[in-house]
Each structure stands twice: as C-alpha cells, then as structure tokens.
Design a protein around this ligand. Structure first.
Ligand code: ZN
Length: 125
C-alpha cells in the first residue's frame, strides 16, 4: 500500500530532524502538502500515520494535509487547465494530451509546529 510506505519515509524524515535538536521538542502538528496527482488518499495517509506513530514520539501529533489540485499547461492554447483525474487528462480546448504538469505532484512536509522551553516554533522545509 502506497500510503504505508509514504508514512514510513515521512516518519524517518521527522525523526532525523527531531534527533538533531538540542532539546527534544514537543511536536504538535505536521503540515503536509499532497498533490492530487500523487494518488495518495489523505484519509488513508491519516490512518497509516495514526497506526504507525502509536506509542512513538509522534503519538498524538496532528497531521494536517493540504491538497494541491492537478494543474496542467497546454502549449498550443498557452493556458493552464485542470484535468479530471481518472477521466480526462487532455486539454479541453484542443484535445492535446497532457504534457506539462504545473501542480499536483507535490508530496512533502510543508512545516512542523512544535514547542520547546515554553515557546512555540515552526520549522520550514
Ligand atoms: Zn489546448
């Protein structure tokens, strides 16, 4: 299952960062950016995260997922359009096949919210 592997690498990334901190921070939220064209289901990802972080340093951390819609660019029409995933990927104006994806393939940590020594921080990636 795609989301399970995804979650494993997500946890490893956060763990590296966590262990590089001088004081163990208290992580509150992990903000993720997930493009629709990655085929990752936010609900499955939430579930995999919850299962895999149980009893770990990430237990009770909230995963906040931001969806990025698929956007393609048609060079013939010189404009962006939004393909319908699973249904229609070609340009609605001229029917050329999708060749240039401008958004929707992102899959990364946007930022981590955490607190340490009574202060609140955000780290950006
Ligand atoms: Zn076109």
């Amino acid at each position: 299952m795609h989301e399970t592997d995804m979650t494993k690498s997500l946890i490893l990334t956060v763990k590296d960062w966590y262990q590089s901190q001088p004081e163990p921070p208290k992580i509150e939220k992990i903000h993720l950016i997930v493009g629709q064209f990655t085929c990752v289901e936010p609900v499955s990802l939430q579930f995999a995260f919850e299962v895999q972080t149980r009893n770990s340093f990430l237990a009770d951390v909230e995963l906040v997922i931001k969806d990025i819609p698929l956007v393609a660019f048609c060079h013939s029409c010189q404009q962006e359009y939004k393909p319908e995933i699973g249904l229609q990927y070609s340009c609605p104006g001229c029917n050329s096949p999708m060749e240039d994806i401008r958004a929707g393939r992102e899959l990364k940590i946007d930022r981590i919210e955490y607190s340490s020594l009574n202060s609140h921080h955000e780290v950006f990636h």
